[in-house]
Write a protein that binds this ligand. Structure first.
Ligand code: GLY
Length: 376
């Protein structure tokens, strides 16, 4: 009862704030909130799905249904068409972008145009699969002379649901086969024995041989980037939901045990769990919010007795985000949840609200309210 009370209260505050911020933001693409206002990105940026996804979560709930949210989410989805057809700016993050826009709309309304968009995105994403190394290639040569054909990253676990969904929807297992090959590569090369994870693993793109590990957005190659762990928890748990393969559930549990064991007193992770003395220990609320959704996904996949551990950890992360990190009464702040860290090594968007932190916080609340259907 006590839990329902704070969750409902948090939902109301989210609804109230988004009703206000959606007037300025409209059908555009917020990423990080700087000095109180969300900075808008171009539609091709990997975060483009989170704002429409958050609006769909609110729209789906009868208590916060607002036709304006639907209109904005649909207008965002439409703007992604040029990105999809334009091709050049597409990378591995098509799942983040089209699961929370087109798949969401298809799941809610059976919208035919959305189904086609999401299947096209799944097809292009499949084309990034390297058959020698069994991985979905990350990024593109964005900078002059960049060679990253052999790079794979842990974040891509959250792009696999688009492929699982494509197989489920079409009855054609090809998409799922590729997703599972990639997930198995992650089991072999990303998830360490102690449950921490690598961010970037580099393969020889010609032979598929493992070459090296790169620290990426973590502090160092052998440190433990907390959002990377949250992508692994959530992505592996969703891989289990779609495939029923127990190895993915076990991997989600292993990473979550590492994650839970390393949480500080207030249950909200630092940006990296393995920092040497002297390095700033900023929080990353987005890692907490995403991991909480993954923990709740694990909880629904195991026996009631076993679920208690994961449910309790998710509750305390989300409740702490609400009570200690929420910007509820600050009219000058558009973000919902403060203190996210996007990219510490490049000092980009450090200690600010992030749209994916906001999204996963709201998805977590929706799950606590009893709706564990996902757009993923
Ligand atoms: N997918 C990029 C990040 O987690 O920041």
């Amino acid at each position: 009862m006590e839990q329902i009370k704070w969750v409902n209260e948090a939902w109301e505050k989210v609804h109230e704030k988004v009703t206000r911020t959606s007037i300025r933001i409209g059908a555009r693409f917020p990423h990080a909130s700087v000095d109180g206002a969300y900075v808008l990105e171009a539609p091709h940026w990997w975060t483009a799905g989170f704002w429409p996804g958050l609006l769909w979560l609110l729209y789906r709930d009868p208590e916060s249904r607002d036709e304006r949210f639907k209109d904005i989410a649909e207008a965002c989805e439409k703007q992604l068409d040029d990105v999809l057809i334009g091709y050049d700016q597409l990378d591995h993050d098509m799942g983040f972008m089209w699961s929370l826009t087109s798949v969401a709309r298809y799941k809610l309304f059976g919208e035919e145009q959305s189904r086609k968009r999401a299947l096209l995105a799944a097809s292009v994403l499949s084309g990034r699969f390297n058959v020698k190394g069994n991985y979905i290639r990350a990024w593109n040569p964005w900078g002059e002379g960049d060679r990253n054909e052999g790079w794979a990253i842990i974040d891509c676990m959250m792009n696999l649901p688009l492929l699982y969904w494509a197989s489920e929807t079409t009855g054609d297992p090809r998409f799922k086969h590729l997703a599972m090959e990639h997930a198995d590569t992650v089991l072999a090369h990303f998830i360490r024995t102690d449950g921490s994870v690598n961010h970037i693993v580099i393969f020889d793109p010609q032979t598929g041989e493992f070459e090296s590990v790169n620290g990426g957005q973590g502090y160092a190659p052998n440190s433990a980037w907390s959002r990377g762990a949250s992508w692994a928890i959530c992505g592996m748990a969703l891989s289990y939901r779609y495939t029923g393969e127990i190895r993915y559930l076990e991997a989600a549990k292993r990473v979550s045990h590492f994650f839970m064991a390393n949480l500080p007193e207030d249950s909200v992770p630092h940006w990296d769990f393995r920092l040497p003395p002297g390095v700033e220990r900023y929080r990353d609320t987005s890692a907490g919010a995403c991991a909480a959704c993954g923990l709740l996904e694990i909880a629904r996949s195991v026996s009631e007795e076993e679920a208690a551990l994961y449910q309790k950890a998710a509750d305390s992360i989300l409740r702490s985000l609400y009570e200690n990190y929420g910007a509820w009464d600050n009219q000058e702040e558009e973000g919902l949840i403060l203190h996210g860290t996007s990219h510490y090594p490049e000092r980009r968007n450090v200690d600010v609200p992030l749209i994916y932190g906001d999204y996963f916080f709201v998805e977590g609340l929706a799950r606590l309210k009893g709706n564990s259907d996902t757009f993923w």
